[in-house]
Design a protein around this ligand. Structure first.
Ligand code: ATR
Length: 268
């Protein structure tokens, strides 16, 4: 039996176990997906132990995505983003991937939204914001990052300066969103309360809006976007497609995307 899992804190309400186990069942794979909460200061031992025990692969989530990078051989994409969310233990050195990047690009592709040549605004400059900004810029969008803490936005813009990414405070939404084609919410705003990081008056019908928040599925931002006729993409798509790439990296099989999507949505 192959063992896969998720390390993070907290992970007990994660939707990854039902999503991945539905895929194992569909393809008849003898595998299990478990959730684990290692001590934050023993990450090194946790990964070495998992490797020694024959764990085939791990997803990594908050708060370990950046720290985990140092314990693996990062893929070029993971290295560029500065964080990993997937480890393939494989036969040799553990390899770290950042599948949040394809989580973003494939979510837009699934909704027939073209990234290349578009003008994109990413709200948030944490781990999710970094992955989204890199995903969009690397696919040919002109990207602006708006963040509550201005220094984090300008720092991110500096990191991705080769792509011409710009960064500023949330006030910059006023001048960027009206002319944008894409908006990604990569903050946690909308999760705890019925609030949106983007003033509704800035939204317009030519936008495609992706919200990384998936609980609730219909956030205030997506409701506001739908009200003006914009294309809306909920956070379960990002969760699905980051899992799809992880599954394919680990198993070498084509992921049963519809089965994984159904499993995910039935647990939301
Ligand atoms: P993640 O790895 O999930 O991106 P994170 O690194 O903690 O998590 O980043 C959270 C993001 O949500 C940040 O961009 C944060 O803004 P700051 O950099 O200013 O902290 C943003 N965020 C969280 N709560 C927010 C709020 N109430 N208003 C605006 N932005 C908020």
């Amino acid at each position: 039996m192959q063992v896969y899992g998720l390390v993070g804190s907290p992970v007990e309400h994660s939707l990854s176990p039902p999503m991945h186990e539905a895929a194992y069942e569909e393809l008849g794979l003898d595998a299990r997906y478990v959730t684990l909460e290692p001590d934050a200061d023993r990450l090194d031992e946790a990964f070495a132990g998992a490797d020694a025990l024959g764990v085939a692969g791990l997803n990594v989530t908050v708060p370990f995505k950046q720290d985990a990078l140092a314990h693996v051989e990062p893929s070029p994409t993971a290295e560029a983003v500065g964080a990993i969310n997937t480890i393939d233990f494989g036969p040799e050195t553990p390899v770290g991937y950042n599948t949040d990047v394809s989580g973003v690009t494939r979510s837009f592709a699934h909704h027939d939204v073209t990234i290349d040549g578009s003008s994109a605004v990413v709200v948030g400059a944490g781990g999710a914001g970094r992955a989204a900004a890199y995903a969009l810029a690397d696919t040919g969008a002109t990207v602006h990052v708006a963040n509550r803490t201005v220094e984090r936005a300008t720092e991110l813009a500096t990191t991705f300066s080769e792509f011409g990414v710009t960064g500023a405070g949330l006030g910059s939404l006023e001048s960027t969103v009206p002319d944008a084609d894409l908006v990604v919410n990569a903050t946690s705003v909308g999760m705890e309360e019925d609030a949106s990081p983007v003033p509704a008056a800035l939204l317009h019908e030519d936008l495609a809006v992706l919200d990384a928040v998936y609980a609730p599925l219909e956030t205030r931002l997506l409701r506001d976007a739908a009200a003006v006729g914009a294309t809306t993409i909920d956070g379960a798509w990002m969760l699905l497609y980051q899992g799809v790439e992880a599954f394919e990296r680990w198993t070498g099989e084509t992921a049963p995307v519809d089965v994984m999507n159904d499993a995910l949505r039935s647990h939301l």
